[in-house]
Design a protein around this ligand. Structure first.
Ligand SMILES: [Zn+2]
Length: 163
């Protein structure tokens, strides 16, 4: 029996990811995940933050518009009286699988350092696009790793539940 933690995503948010993904394909896009963590460590995504106007979209990388992300994050946090918080990032792989690239692992490691006081297990949600289909890989940060001197991360897979 699987003991994977679950990540809950509504059909509407799945559709949002698909639409934002198709808009930028064949380049990547992404943003932030907002929501809350249940008592057992399962997470519920309640809102996505998009890339922002100054994001950089390339075929195998994506750099979000940091100022935009921070502004939206603060707005949503205040709008929900702090109930919803930052859970991690999401991005698309328009022509790839759901695994994290070496660069993604370095990004997860950087995020984990940045938000260490807030959450020990930030999530990187990868949305692999294939026409109108999405295959999700929800990677939960577990601990820091290094390959030579390059920061990386050990992650565990969560089970994505579309509801
Ligand atoms: Zn990636």
């Amino acid at each position: 029996m699987s003991t994977k933690l679950k990540l809950w995503l509504s059909k509407e948010l799945r559709k949002e990811i698909l639409n934002m993904g198709l808009e930028k394909a064949p380049c990547e896009t992404g943003g932030m995940l907002m929501g809350y963590v249940g008592s057992q460590g399962d997470v519920v995504i309640t809102k996505l933050i998009g890339p922002g106007p100054n994001a950089i979209h390339k075929r195998s990388t994506f750099v979000p518009d940091h100022n935009y992300q921070m502004k939206k994050l603060t707005e949503h946090f205040e709008g929900t009286d702090g109930q919803d918080t930052y859970l991690g990032d999401w991005h698309t792989h328009p022509a790839g699988g759901t695994a994290l690239s070496a660069l993604d692992k370095a990004t997860v490691s950087r995020i984990a350092r940045f938000v260490a006081e807030h959450t020990k297990h930030p999530i990187m949600l990868v949305a692999a696009l294939n026409g109108d289909e999405i295959e999700f890989g929800a990677h939960r940060f577990e601990k820091h790793r290094y390959f030579w001197l390059t920061p990386s991360a050990k992650t565990s897979l969560m089970r994505v539940v579309i509801d």
